[in-house]
Design a protein around this ligand. Structure first.
Ligand SMILES: Cc1cc2nc3c(=O)[nH]c(=O)nc-3n(C[C@H](O)[C@H](O)[C@H](O)COP(=O)(O)OP(=O)(O)OC[C@H]3O[C@@H](n4cnc5c(N)ncnc54)[C@H](O)[C@@H]3O)c2cc1C
Length: 485
């Protein structure tokens, strides 16, 4: 069978024995980042009701173990992308894991921005960058991927997001220079459409106003203008009162601000405060707080009221664009019938005769079991707890797979914390074959139908190379493709 995007249903595996879980809905708590992070009483009640509805819908088909074709371990970008690519191919899929790095990320999707990291060489053409990178690091996971596969992976994800009303923009085949919350910039591949005006403004250096809010401690328009003033003399800043914050209490960019911007009364107040400041500005940049779901509409309405284009600038973590991305993918996956457990973890995996896997999932205690023909391990590194560092060695947490790592703990870090080469520990991870299967200690695939994707892979330092999402999305694509063979 070929591996092409949305021709759903049918894999090489026997679907006949698998209960039809494609129309299962969310268990409620898993559906929105906000609910996972800090559920209020009404949210908990709502999620309980949602769970009851789920039980209703699942009714007779909820079995123990829950049977599926593919189990995805991880809820970060690699896990989300794996679940999406699997669902698009009609594979009954279960996804398990607490929220991953997406909710802390800025919503930008990097492909490759920097290489070599120690020279801080930035790439406008990410494909040329990847070529240079894979020559220098032939074991980097990008070396196992063709350009057309990486492009196909991005196209499939972006068109899914588009269908879910979250719009991204990019330059064909090129990176774009993006303003970051502290006034530095970076080359990135895809940005939320709400931020695209900032890329244009920075490129043209046109007269531009950045606006922030009294009491907002984690975003400063003045800091950004000060950092960029040598390159961009026509950039200026102003501060206004956020609608409803007349007492100037401390504000944090977060859901409350985003929700406030969903009220048309608040938008009117904001527009009134900004209008007198516009002057000769061709565009206005503000922190990314313009709603959780309807950002395009909210910005369009404000632009009409204020009279110039408005763009969002990412804020420090936890950022609204990260939450928007996480929630949008989670909602869309549920809509595609992916059975998601985003409050649970995989506690143990058992290998069944014949090669299937049984996963015990729960929190401290096993709550459910999942039986799967294949598993994609997208459990991240130390932060996600896919890798665990003890006093002597770095371990893979679920299967105890061999981890490529420096000899001995002393080799984990260079002496200087800010060493431009980065630290060897950040290239630790799983070695894989060309089907993205983790290897055992003799260099063979550890299991025939166990695949790995994302930051758990060895020989890459996504944070320094600026390739986090690109690596996660494209390795997920390759892993699902390999499972379908
Ligand atoms: C602060 C921050 C900023 C970022 N900024 C950007 C950016 O600007 N551009 C960009 O492209 N990327 C960015 N990223 C990176 C990106 O969001 C991803 O984090 C990265 O690509 C790695 O994704 P991952 O899915 O491999 O791992 P993670 O995001 O770490 O996810 C690992 C997942 O595995 C789960 N897990 C671990 N163990 C288990 C278990 N036993 N059972 C079930 N689940 C388990 C975890 O709960 C988690 O859901 C940023 C990340 C962070 C943290």
């Amino acid at each position: 069978m070929g591996f092409s995007p949305p021709e759903p249903l049918l894999t090489f595996h026997d679907l006949g024995k698998t209960p039809n879980i494609r129309h299962a809905t969310t268990t409620g708590l898993e559906s929105a980042g906000k609910k996972q992070l800090n559920p209020t009483v009404p949210e908990l009640i709502e999620s309980t009701q949602a769970r009851l509805r789920t039980i209703d819908i699942l009714g007779k088909i909820e079995t123990d173990p829950i049977a599926c074709e593919l189990a995805v371990i991880g809820n970060g970008m690699a896990g989300m992308a794996s679940a999406l690519f699997a669902a698009n191919r009609g594979l009954p899929t279960v996804q398990v894991g607490a929220p991953g790095g997406i909710i802390f990320a800025s919503g930008l999707l990097d492909l490759l921005g920097v290489h070599p990291a120690e020279e801080r060489k930035v790439w406008q053409d990410p494909w040329a960058g990847i070529e240079a990178l894979t020559q220098d690091f032939p074991k980097h996971p990008y070396a196992l991927l063709e350009r057309k596969e990486i492009e196909a992976a991005f196209n499939e994800l972006l068109s899914f997001l588009e269908g879910e009303n979250l719009h991204y923009q990019r330059r064909e085949g090129q990176n774009s220079e993006m303003i970051l919350p502290l006034g530095t910039t970076k080359q990135t591949y895809c940005v939320p459409k709400s931020m695209w005006g900032g890329i244009k403004a920075l490129k043209e250096r046109h007269s531009c106003l950045l606006v922030d809010f009294h009491g907002l401690s984690d975003f400063s328009a003045t800091q950004i203008t000060e950092t960029l003033k040598d390159r961009w003399p026509d950039l200026r800043s102003a501060r206004i009162t956020f609608p409803g914050n007349d007492q100037i209490r401390e504000l944090f960019t977060g859901e409350l601000m985003a929700q406030a911007m969903e009220s048309s009364e608040n938008r009117e107040k904001l527009a009134q405060a900004v209008r007198p400041l516009v002057g000769d500005a061709h565009s206005i940049g503000m922190p990314a707080v313009f709603g959780m779901n309807r950002t395009g509409e909210i910005l369009a309405e404000l632009e009409k009221q204020i009279g110039v284009p408005i763009f969002e600038i990412p804020t420090l973590p936890v950022s609204i664009p990260g939450l928007r991305l996480n929630d949008t993918i989670a909602r869309g996956l549920t809509g595609k019938g992916v059975r998601r457990f985003s409050q649970e973890r995989v506690l143990k995996v058992h290998r069944e005769p014949g090669g299937d896997f049984t996963l015990d999932i729960g929190n401290k205690r096993v709550g459910k079991t999942v039986r799967a023909k294949g598993v994609i391990l997208a459990s991240g590194r130390f932060w996600g707890r896919g890798l665990i560092a003890d006093r002597k060695r770095i371990r893979e947490a679920i299967f105890d797979l061999p981890v490529h790592q420096p000899e001995g703990r002393k080799g984990w870090h260079h002496k200087d914390f800010l060493d431009l080469r980065g630290h060897p520990v950040n290239r630790a991870g799983l070695e894989i074959d060309d089907l993205f299967r983790p290897l055992d200690s003799s260099g063979d695939p550890a299991f025939e139908r166990l695949f790995a994707a994302g930051s758990i892979l060895a020989h890459q330092d996504w944070m320094r190379m600026k390739c986090g999402s690109g690596l996660a999305i494209s390795s997920a694509y390759a892993a699902v493709k390999a499972f379908c063979i």
